[in-house]
Design a protein around this ligand. Structure first.
Ligand SMILES: Cc1cc2nc3c(=O)[nH]c(=O)nc-3n(C[C@H](O)[C@H](O)[C@H](O)COP(=O)(O)OP(=O)(O)OC[C@H]3O[C@@H](n4cnc5c(N)ncnc54)[C@H](O)[C@@H]3O)c2cc1C
Length: 381
């Protein structure tokens, strides 16, 4: 078989979405995963498509998230058509609720911040909230309606994207661990995986939080893709007598209803290395937040719990784009937003690979920012 044009390292939602996009350009694409693809962070995620800033450092992400949210309907339509499977996208909006004593002031601040960023946000009267979502804590003091937000069921979307990529001719190799890159001078010419040398004109690194674990290339990835695992624990509840139609968020957590009746409760944010255990403290933190939003969940059954490792980065922003090693691109570090950002990431990589430039300015996210930051840091007293 002839060599692929592009090899992608990592079959999470980011790698699989890139593979799907590139295959539309009639490129020969090989997607490598060290296990079955789609079993890591992309499987674990709550699936909120929420471009609003949740932390002050998120601000540079907002335009990227908005662009991706705009691309979502077209992206999932393409995936559903190619795969014949549902992609589970639902534009249900989200409610953010606030509790006394500062509820109204906090709500007004969120609404004005969102509007200044071009995001839809409206104050919602408490009577309206309780009509929509009868189970919500009546002690809340204010609410905002975020009408543009949407959700996906992450494992369902993951499965559909992998199937769609396969149908477009992507070769997907499971159980194929990449241990190093092939080089000719300053050029990356492929990868070493399972002892095999796989040549390719372009290599895209989409290994999530595991980039630094690629044994032959630790120094290189410390420079271009310094990711770290950030654990997120998550729960699933089933409750008779509690209804929830849309995403509900408050300061301490969130609830995401699934069509099968489960309510997903998230999430912790922990530096726990590559440990994916669910802990008593994590469960307590999430249940406290859930019961504060919907007290009736006290009678719910805890039907599942799991944890995933988000790909964090030094500045909490994704790492996207070409490096100064010819033929080597990075697409990782999506931290808390990789499900939201999959369509825009796939589109950007497609443009870099096929046109060498992008229609969206993604310079802020360049993998080169870590190496160019180093001399400045040394100048500081
Ligand atoms: C609890 C939780 C809730 C979340 N909720 C949301 C949410 O609501 N909305 C949102 O947008 N995002 C959310 N996220 C974040 C999102 O899940 C991630 O940003 C996203 O899944 C990252 O995708 P990825 O493809 O980069 O990484 P991953 O899904 O981790 O995939 C990386 C892949 O690379 C493979 N790999 C690693 N090393 C190698 C190697 N050497 N060779 C070959 N393959 C390799 C792995 O096996 C894996 O399959 C959440 C995350 C968690 C944990």
């Amino acid at each position: 078989m002839s060599a692929p044009d592009v090899v992608i390292i990592g079959g999470g939602l980011i790698g699989a979405s890139i593979a799907f996009e590139l295959a539309a350009e009639k490129l020969r694409v090989t997607l490598l995963d060290r296990q079955q693809p789609g079993q890591e962070a992309s499987w674990a995620a709550a699936g909120m498509l929420s471009p609003g800033p949740h932390l002050p450092g998120d601000l540079p992400l907002v335009p990227l998230g908005q662009e991706s949210l705009k691309l979502y309907p077209q992206f999932v339509a393409g995936v559903e058509e190619a795969s014949g499977k549902p992609a589970s996208y639902a534009r249900t909006g989200a409610l953010e609720i606030f509790l006394p004593p500062r509820g109204e002031a906090e709500r007004d601040k969120l609404v004005s911040e969102y509007r200044a960023l071009g995001l839809a946000a409206d104050p919602l009267a408490l009577e309206a909230v309780l009509q929509w979502e009868k189970s919500i804590n009546p002690a809340m003091s204010a609410a905002a309606w975020l009408s543009e937000e949407a959700t996906v069921d992450s494992p369902v979307l993951m499965d559909a994207v992998l199937a769609a990529a396969r149908r477009r001719g992507v070769e997907i190799r499971a159980g194929c661990t990449v241990t190093g890159l092939l080089r000719e001078g300053e050029r990356c010419t492929g990868v070493v995986a399972g002892g095999e040398r796989i040549a390719a004109a372009q290599v895209v690194v989409a290994a999530g939080c595991f980039c630094g674990e690629i044994p032959g290339e630790r120094d290189l990835f410390a420079r271009y893709a310094p990711t770290r695992p950030v654990r997120g624990q998550i729960l699933a509840l089933r409750a008779e007598g509690v209804s929830l139609q849309r995403v509900l968020r408050a300061g301490r957590g969130y609830l995401v209803p699934r069509p099968d009746g489960r309510i997903i409760v998230g999430s912790t944010l922990e530096n726990a290395g590559f440990d994916k255990r669910v802990t008593a403290g994590g469960i307590r933190q999430m249940l406290d937040a859930a019961l504060e939003m919907i007290p009736g969940l006290a009678a719910a059954r805890l039907v599942d719990s799991w944890a995933g490792l988000r790909p964090g980065t030094p500045d909490d922003l994704p790492i996207l784009g070409p490096t100064d090693v010819d033929g080597l691109l990075i697409a990782t570090g999506h931290f808390r937003n990789g499900i939201l950002l999959a369509p825009v990431t796939a589109k950007l990589v497609r443009e870099w690979v096929t046109r060498k430039r992008t229609t969206f300015n993604a310079e802020t996210f360049s993998p080169m920012r870590f190496s160019s930051a180093r001399p400045q840091a040394q100048k500081a007293p």
